[in-house]
Design a protein around this ligand. Structure first.
Ligand code: TMP
Length: 220
C-alpha cells in the first residue's frame, strides 16, 4: 500500500501526543514504517518557528501573522519530511496539521475559515491527510489536564493554553464543524477514558478505513 498520511487534531490536553505514539508503535509492530511528527514543527526550521508562535504573550502576533507563520512552518515540514516519507511508502502520523490552522486561526481568531482555506490552497494546493482523527473532550476537563501537566513537568503554558475557556470552547465546536463538513476524511474520537480505551477506539477508526489491518493491530 502507498504511504498514508494520518493527522491527530483537537483541543489541548486531550491526549493526542500519547495516542499518536501508541498508534505509531502499533503500526511499526506489524511492519509498517511509520514517521511520528508534529506541528508546528517536525523539521529544524519549523521547530524554530514553533518557538516564535507558542512563546510570549497572547497578543504577540496578529491573526494573519500567526497564520502565515503556521503555514511557513507547514510548508517546510511537508516539503522536507512528509512528502519524502510518503513517496518512499512510509506512513506519517502528525500531531496536528492544517485543521488546527482552520480551528485556531480561522474559527477562533476572527480571520474566518474562508481566509484560512484560501491561504491553504495557495500554499498546499490539493495536499491533504488521508485520515484525520479529531480528539473530542469536555473543555473544562482538558484544560485541567493541561494545567496539571505543566505544573508536574515545571513547564510554562503556551500562548494558546492561556487563552481561556471561551476560546477553547470555540475550538471544540470548530473541530466538530470541520468533521461534519468532511465526514469521509475526518472522524471524531471520544478522548475521555483510559489510554488503552482511547487507543482501542483509534484502532477501530483505522480498521474501518483500512480493513486489511483488522485483527492485526494490537488491541484491534
Ligand atoms: P501542542 O503541540 O501542544 O498541541 O501545541 C501547539 C499549539 O499551537 C496548540 O495550542 C494549537 C496551536 N496551533 C495553531 O494555533 N495553529 C496551527 O496551525 C497549529 C498546527 C497549532
Amino acid at each position: 500500500m502507498a504511504g498514508q498520511f494520518i493527522t491527530f487534531e483537537g483541543g489541548e490536553g486531550a491526549g493526542k501526543t500519547t495516542q499518536a505514539k501508541m498508534l505509531a508503535d502499533a503500526l511499526e509492530a506489524v511492519g509498517v514504517e511509520t514517521i511520528l511528527t508534529r506541528e508546528p514543527g517536525g523539521t529544524f526550521g519549523a521547530e524554530s518557528i514553533r518557538k516564535l508562535v507558542l512563546e510570549g504573550t497572547d497578543d504577540r502576533w496578529s491573526g494573519m501573522t500567526e497564520l502565515l507563520l503556521m503555514y511557513a512552518a507547514r510548508l517546510d515540514h511537508v516539503e522536507k519530511l512528509i512528502k519524502p516519507a510518503l513517496e518512499r511508502g512510509a506512513w506519517v502520523i502528525s500531531d496536528r496539521f492544517s485543521d488546527s490552522s482552520l480551528a485556531y486561526q480561522g474559527y477562533a481568531r476572527d480571520l474566518g475559515a474562508d481566509t484560512v482555506r484560501q491561504v491553504h490552497d495557495v500554499v498546499m494546493g490539493g495536499f491533504a491527510p488521508d485520515l484525520t482523527l479529531v480528539f473530542d473532550m469536555d473543555v473544562f476537563l482538558s484544560l485541567k489536564r493541561v494545567e496539571q501537566r505543566a505544573s508536574e513537568q515545571d513547564e510554562s503554558l503556551s500562548r494558546f493554553d492561556k487563552a481561556g475557556q471561551a476560546f477553547h470552547r470555540t475550538i471544540r465546536e470548530a473541530f466538530l464543524d470541520i468533521a461534519r463538513r468532511d465526514p469521509e476524511r475526518v472522524k471524531i474520537v471520544d478522548a475521555d477514558g483510559s489510554k488503552p480505551a482511547v487507543h482501542a477506539r483509534i484502532l477501530g477508526k483505522l480498521t474501518e478505513k483500512y480493513p486489511e489491518f483488522a485483527g492485526r493491530l494490537s488491541g484491534a
